[in-house]
Design a protein around this ligand. Sequence first.
Ligand code: 6PG
Length: 469
Amino acid sequence: MDKMNFGLIGVGVMGQNLALNIERNGFSVAVYDRALDKVNEFTKGKASGKRIIGATSIESFLQQLERPRRIVLLVNAGKPVDDVIDGLRPQLGKGDIIIDGGNSFFLDTERRAADLEKHGIFFVGSGVSGGEEGALKGPSLMPGGAKEAYDIISPVLTKIAAHVNGEPCCTYIGPRGAGHYVKMVHNGIEYAIMQLICETYDILKTGYGLPAPEIAKIFDKWNQTELNSYLFEITSKVLNKIDDVTHKPLVDFILDTAEQKGTGKWTSQNAFDLGTPIPTINAAVESRMLSSFKDQRVKASRILRGPDAHPAEKEESMINEVRDALHASIIASYSQGMALMQAASAEYKYDLKVDQIAAIWRGGCIIRAKILEEIRQAYRRNPSLQNMMTDDYFSGTLNKLQAPWRRTVQIASGAGIPVLAMSASLSYYDAYRRERLPANLLQGQRDFFGAHTYRRIDKEGIFHTKWEE
Ligand code: 6PG
């Protein structure tokens, strides 16, 4: 029997869909999972009649693959990835390629790549975004690792990825952990935009008293504008869903505690390491944490007072202002994410091409949106752009949106609606654009209690003052 072109370990829904996608694009696939029943069910079910065969052991799986072996892992991040690699390594040969398609932490990817390199085995850490549907129909792929290995697998990756205007949503990201780093930042931006959408929903619901189906219509309308994005599209579908049991909007019956698997938190932790402010992403992570304190919130709601309940007067123009505030906050979120990647590129020597990253996020992934074409153009115009907000197109947009942005944050805070992410976005904008910040006072305080010294605006040098007798 002919050897199979590709191997895939981890036959969950993502793994199954990716295998079907690879096969549909003309490559045969051998699949393996520790849970053999999953392999069986898949090969006899969705994969039957296709050039996908199941293996009952790692040994037979490896025997079925052509060389160099190209094996994609779709197992849970963390220890399961190390376990699978430990099982594979003794049986792999020089030039074989392992591709980790999970949401692995980028420093784990760096460690694994270095270990495997000693054995002549390539390790490609690839971000895969787009969820189950993306895996099947075309995800956005962010592969990082040895360029030599990428060149061998790129004919397959660029075929199975989503395409926008004929361009694949897949490009070589950079060495070692670069691919997983970029996927981590993708998820940080994903957290930020999801939280901003939720805060907007809260303003429309709590502030303007609109029911879920009305808000769905508003998101649908906004989705026809330059705000067009996958997350708006699904938000409207979630808001429109009617519960089978109560025959009312399902969203109103979902418990308000958000969960998370950790990629947003990693983005925040890493941004602190790199000294790069990403306040909207941080606010999004913290909003999920606050939401999880349901019991405490219920108790506090009886102790701490908010403003007297009075839904704000709803006018068409005010709803448009909420849209403007969301739009500006989304620009601020992308600006933070792009700036973080530039800082990481310098720190880790990833040589990231942020315009190309924006390009491969235009399709397939969760944050795919019309704005990404503008982002790509901005970094093409000026590859060393320090902050996206200062690009001509985006500064022009923000200068127009800043007034309604402020009014929306004021209305929310007046109505007692928490807008951690939206207000963090506005303060990021204001802090970044202010020539002078109150850090002069902070330096004075530091010098007062710790003789930490300060610099002056009117002469060179380091100064210390004896602040009191
Ligand atoms: C994607 C998603 C995907 C996953 C998130 C969910 O790009 O396809 O980001 O990777 O759905 O990791 O993350 P949380 O569970 O932390 O929300």
